[in-house]
Design a protein around this ligand. Structure first.
Ligand SMILES: NC(=O)c1ccc[n+]([C@@H]2O[C@H](COP(=O)([O-])OP(=O)(O)OC[C@H]3O[C@@H](n4cnc5c(N)ncnc54)[C@H](OP(=O)(O)O)[C@@H]3O)[C@@H](O)[C@H]2O)c1
Length: 327
C-alpha cells in the first residue's frame, strides 16, 4: 500500500492537509499515513531523518514542516530561520531521495519573490531582484528548497514539486497580539473591541495597501491536487511542474476593506480609524495564479465565509491559542 509521510502535521498548513488526508481515508482511499511529532523526529537532525526514511520507506512526502514567524521573530532570530529551514529541507529532500521517494511536495512562500516584483507576481519573477530585507534569510532558505527539488529532478529524474502559497489564514493560526499576521491580528483586535464595547478601532497606516488571502483548507486542497494522490490527477499535472507554482486566491483586498469585513464578522459596531503616521509596507502583494488556474484548480472559500469560520474557531479555542515568544 502507498505510504504518505506528512512532515509538520501539527502546524497550521500541515493540520489542514492532515484533515483532508484523514477524510480521504474515511472515504475509502487506500494509503498509509505516516506522521511524527517533533519530539519523535527532529527534522534538523540528519541521522534521525536518515534512520526514519530508511526504516519507513514512504512513497510520497509532503514537507509542511518549517520554522515560520512574523517580522519580529525573523529580525530577532535570523540565524535560526536560515539554519533550521535549510537543514529540514536538505535532510528531508536528500534522505527521501536516498530512500527511493519519487514524489514529494515542498511548501515555500510568496516571500521568495523580489521586493519590487511586478504585480501580480508570476513564477518567473524568482531571482530577478533584491528580496525584502526583514525576512531575507528565511526567503533564501525557501529558494534553496525550490532549487533542491529542481536539482534532484534534473539529476535523478524525481518528481519533487514546490508550491508557493500567498498569505494563509484559518484554524490553527497564530492570534498573538504582537506576533501575528494582519488577518488574525485584526480578528483578535476587533473581537476584543466588540466584547469591551469600545467605540473605535485604529488600524495602522492608510488602509490602502492591498493583500491577498487564502484559506488554509483551500491551500490543503491545492496541495493535494498538485500532489495528485490519485493517478489521473498526478499524471495530468506532471508536465507543467518543472519548478515551483503559485497558490493563491488571485484576488486582493485593501486593508481598510479587510478591517470592515472583520468588524462585520466579529460584531464590532464602532468606528474604524486609520493612523497614517504608521508605515504602510508594500502597497500591493498579489500572486499570479494563472498557471494553477490553467491546470484546473481554483480557490473556493469566499473571504467573508472563511473569516467567519476562522472567528468561530478562534472563539472555540481561545484558551489554547498558540503564538507566544518566537512565533
Ligand atoms: N501561514 C502562512 O501564512 C504561510 C504562508 C505561506 C507559506 N507558508 C508555508 O507553509 C509551511 C507551513 O507553515 P505553517 O504556517 O503551517 O507553520 P506552523 O504552523 O508553524 O507549522 C510548522 C510545523 O513545522 C514543525 N517543525 C518545525 N521545526 C521542526 C523540526 N525541527 N522538526 C520537526 N518538525 C518541525 C512544527 O512542529 P511543532 O508543532 O512541534 O512546533 C509545526 O508543526 C511553511 O513552509 C511556510 O513557509 C505558510
Amino acid at each position: 500500500m502507498m505510504k504518505v509521510f506528512l512532515a509538520g502535521h501539527r502546524g497550521m498548513v500541515g493540520s489542514a492537509i492532515l484533515r483532508q488526508l484523514n477524510q480521504q481515508l474515511d472515504n475509502g482511499k487506500q494509503f498509509e499515513l505516516l506522521t511524527r511529532k517533533r519530539a519523535e523526529l527532529d527534522l534538523t537532525d540528519q541521522s534521525q531523518v536518515r534512520e526514519f526514511f530508511q526504516s519507513e520507506r514512504p512513497d510520497v512526502v509532503i514537507l509542511a514542516a518549517a520554522k515560520v514567524g512574523g517580522i519580529h521573530a525573523n529580525n530577532e532570530y535570523p540565524a535560526d530561520f536560515i539554519y533550521e529551514n535549510l537543514m529540514m529541507e536538505a535532510n528531508v529532500i536528500h534522505q527521501a531521495f536516498e530512500a527511493g521517494v519519487m514524489r514529494l511536495l515542498f511548501l515555500g512562500s510568496s516571500c521568495i519573490y523580489p521586493k519590487n516584483a511586478p504585480q501580480p507576481m508570476t513564477e518567473d519573477a524568482l531571482l530577478t531582484g533584491t528580496l525584502e530585507p526583514t525576512n531575507e534569510p528565511y526567503a533564501i532558505a525557501k529558494i534553496a528548497g525550490i532549487k533542491l527539488c529542481e536539482s534532484y529532478n534534473r539529476q535523478h529524474d524525481t518528481d519533487y514539486r514546490s508550491v508557493m502559497p500567498t498569505n494563509l489564514y484559518g484554524p490553527g493560526d497564530n492570534f498573538h497580539p504582537e506576533n501575528s499576521h494582519v488577518l488574525p491580528a485584526l480578528i483578535r483586535r476587533f473581537h476584543e473591541a466588540a466584547q469591551e464595547g469600545q467605540h473605535e478601532v485604529v488600524i495602522w497606516g492608510t488602509g490602502t495597501p492591498r493583500r491577498e488571502f487564502l484559506h488554509v483548507d483551500d491551500m490543503a486542497a491545492a496541495s493535494l491536487f498538485l500532489l495528485g494522490l490519485d493517478r489521473e490527477t498526478y499524471e495530468a499535472n506532471t508536465a507543467p511542474m518543472l519548478s515551483h507554482i503559485n497558490v493563491g486566491s488571485g484576488e486582493d483586498i485593501s486593508i481598510i476593506d479587510l478591517a470592515r469585513l472583520v468588524a462585520k464578522v466579529t460584531g464590532f459596531e464602532g468606528q474604524i480609524l486609520i493612523d497614517p503616521t504608521k508605515p504602510d509596507g508594500t502597497m500591493r502583494k498579489l500572486m499570479d495564479v494563472s498557471r494553477l488556474d490553467n491546470m484546473g484548480w481554483r480557490a473556493s472559500i469566499d473571504l467573508e465565509d472563511g473569516i467567519a469560520q476562522t472567528y468561530r474557531w478562534f472563539l472555540e479555542n481561545q484558551s489554547e491559542l498558540r503564538g507566544s515568544g518566537e512565533q
